[in-house]
Unconditional design. Structure first.
Length: 633
């Protein structure tokens, strides 16, 4: 099992099957590093039958990549041996769990694992806590006050009404303990685990763009009433309200923009040198970034914009580099971190955020406090910018591992030709389009995000990139005569001396007269401007990385046959060393199928008599005569 961005997460039975090993792994880690660790048992927004395990270090932060790999290795290893003589006094494991039915059992199994390393290994169980609650015990603040005191201090400042959907999760428990009279709690049945996230929660609202279900009380969602939803373990929050069009969601981008609005106001007279970082991901809407960039800050306050990979651990890692680090993912996961500097103008704001990680509860209070201070209602907040139309979708692929992204995931490093295609499409678009593709961490899918100033352009570009990926990536090699071959569209990087030599086996071509840039433009224009109309395919010997055959299809659109289409097959050539293995037929079959897919009622070609037998073997029949008048022979 893989330790993904949210730790180990799966059906509870699978998590149970690895829980003892998780206990063993974290105990070994704690011994090796002589430090405390935390283990949170939750599956956040997922179905109530799922569960998960997330591990944190002695500062309440996500563990390092090396430690993730270490734990993953132990969990997937069948024979683990560990000789322990003594346990350092600093070693201890805190285990927390939320309201899922399977959590106590998983906790028990983890404890078994810990005790198998040493019967006296110190551990402490924290029953029914939110994820941020467990993280809090590792922060310095926990020496001064309990988590409940910390959040109550913030709650006391709030006098703005809000309907809060607690997702029937553990966030209900903590919010009931806080008991803020202005916050009207709904979906609070955390002791009924089968209700967890059912027709409610931040994820449900964002995915379906609907209000959480509220039996008999649906009319509570009165126009312009501010509402919010936690996820199952209350570590994130999104806001929304009913407007004339239905639901208007104010996600993590809007929370970040609101924080920056407040910072800009508070720091307008500040003379101290302060660094502020806005840490965001590729999914952050450009309208949000443009808004934040338009805000005024004095010269001594430097605001930096950093795009990182998705996953809060990446954002958090960057945020700690600034005096004030603001980071929110669109899904409402995020926090504002304050370095220990005294800035009077920031007033009590640092006390309104969780000292370590994103916390739905604290983010709720911080947001409401800022709205109060700005004297804004929900409409004022939602009017700060208008999001550009975007589309996020996924595309199934055979092997996700062939996709490699840049650190901030905005560009593909491999396959290079897919990035070239995306860049080209975005440059061609008049609507300031941006798009990126990233492979999922676990499934064989890639996620494609497109954003532009216009919904139609966004949809069209999304559709074209999806089609391109499907046509180019999902190809299965043909194993012929001890070799492995794929048929794929030509890339400009294929246009080498060797490719020109191959074409030379078909007709005249002087490689010395071929210009790299011109060929590159020629190939880049294939199948893009004239999408589906002119395509060159090649056959690659994947063991040698060598192009061994080439063929062209040109789709002609006609008026006859009521806008009928005809596929013209051209320039078929197989390297002489590879002839007679069936590669010629493979190419013809591929191009003919493509013609059919493009809606051609027939495919036709011209050839010398010597090749008639070959084309007959490919299912073509002699029709009429071939004519030609050459200007140059
Ligand atoms: N006459 C009769 N049958 C032939 C011929 C031929 N010239 N060439 C191949 N075949 C048969 C094969 O024996 C095989 O039959 P089988 O299925 O019974 O075994 C079948 O056709 C498929 O042959 P492949 O092995 O797939 O053909 P190959 O990979 O050798 O490619 C091609 C054939 C493309 C004609 C190759 O010989 C070549 O590149 N020639 C030089 C360039 C050329 O003339 N291209 C055609 C230009 S026309 C145009 O572009 C539309």
């Amino acid at each position: 099992m893989r330790y993904g961005t949210s730790g180990f997460r799966d059906h509870h039975s699978k998590i149970e099957s690895i829980s003892i090993k998780i206990g063993i792994a974290v105990a070994i880690l704690s011994i090796n590093e002589s430090l405390q660790f935390g283990i949170m048992i939750t599956a956040s927004h997922n179905h109530f039958e799922d569960n998960g395990v997330k591990i944190m270090d002695d500062k309440g932060n996500m563990i390092t990549l090396d430690n993730e790999k270490y734990i993953e290795r132990i969990v997937n290893d069948t024979n683990i041996t560990c000789d322990v003589d003594a346990i350092h006094h600093r070693c201890k494991i805190h285990i927390g769990y939320d309201s899922r039915m399977s959590s106590p059992k998983i906790c028990e199994l983890i404890v078994q694992g810990i005790q198998s390393i040493h019967t006296n290994f110190p551990f402490e169980i924290h029953e029914y806590v939110t994820t941020p609650q467990l993280h809090y015990i590792f922060s310095d603040k926990s020496q001064e006050m309990t988590y409940l005191k910390y959040i109550k201090r913030a709650s006391k400042l709030i006098n703005m009404n809000c309907i809060l959907d607690c997702a029937n999760g553990i966030g209900s428990k903590i919010m009931m303990l806080v008991g803020n009279p202005y916050i009207h709690l709904i979906n609070t049945e955390w002791t009924e685990p089968t209700k967890l996230n059912m027709l409610c929660s931040s994820d449900y609202v964002c995915t379906h763009r609907v209000f959480p279900r509220l039996e008999g009380l649906q009319n509570m969602y009165v126009q312009d009433n501010l509402c919010a939803s936690f996820d199952g373990d209350a570590d994130r929050i999104v806001f929304y309200y009913r407007n004339s069009e239905g639901i208007r969601i104010l996600n993590g981008d809007y929370i970040a923009a609101l924080v920056f609005t407040y910072l800009s106001k508070q720091l307008s007279e500040c003379v101290q040198e302060i660094t502020i970082g806005f840490i965001y991901t590729g999914y952050t809407n450009n309208a949000c970034l443009e808004y934040v960039k338009s805000l005024c800050f004095p010269r001594n306050v430097t605001v930096s914009f950093i795009c990182t990979a998705t996953g809060v651990k990446h954002l958090h890692k960057e945020a700690i580099k600034y005096d004030v680090g603001v980071y929110f993912e669109q899904n409402g996961h995020g926090n504002v971190l304050f370095r220990n500097i005294l800035v009077d103008e920031l007033h009590i704001i640092p006390q309104l955020f969780h000292p370590v990680i994103g916390d739905g509860v604290m983010d709720l209070f911080a947001t409401l406090y800022i709205l109060q201070e700005l004297n804004w209602n929900v409409q004022d907040w939602s009017n700060i910018y208008t999001e550009y139309p975007s589309k996020l979708g996924k595309c199934s692929i055979l092997d996700k591992d062939i996709f490699k992204s840049s650190d901030n995931e905005l560009e593909l490093i491999e396959p290079q030709y897919i990035q070239e295609y995306i860049t080209y499409l975005c440059m061609e678009s008049i609507d300031k389009c941006r798009a990126f593709v990233r492979a999922s961490g676990t499934e064989n899918v890639v996620r494609l995000y497109v954003e532009s100033h216009d919904q139609d352009t966004t949809n069209l570009v999304h559709q074209e990139i999806t089609q391109f990926i499907e046509d180019h990536i999902n190809v299965i090699p043909h194993f012929i005569n001890d070799g492995a071959f794929i048929v794929r569209p030509i890339r400009y990087t294929d246009a080498t001396q060797s490719y020109y030599n191959l074409l030379g086996q078909l007709s005249h071509i002087d490689p010395n007269l071929m210009d790299y840039e011109r060929t590159k433009t020629f190939i880049q224009n294939l199948g893009i401007n004239s999408l589906h109309k002119h395509q060159i395919y090649v056959i690659e010997d994947i063991n040698l990385g060598k192009i061994v055959a080439s063929g062209t299809i040109f789709v002609e659109e006609k008026l006859i046959r009521n806008y009928g289409k005809v596929g013209h097959i051209e320039d078929i050539v197989v390297d002489s060393k590879y002839r007679g293995f069936g590669l010629g037929k493979l190419m013809i079959d591929h191009l003919t199928n493509l013609g059919t897919k493009f809606g051609c009622y027939k495919c036709i070609l011209d050839c010398d008599d010597i090749n008639v037998g070959f084309y007959e073997k490919c299912g073509y029949i002699r029709k009429g005569s071939q004519m030609g008048k050459y200007s140059i022979m």
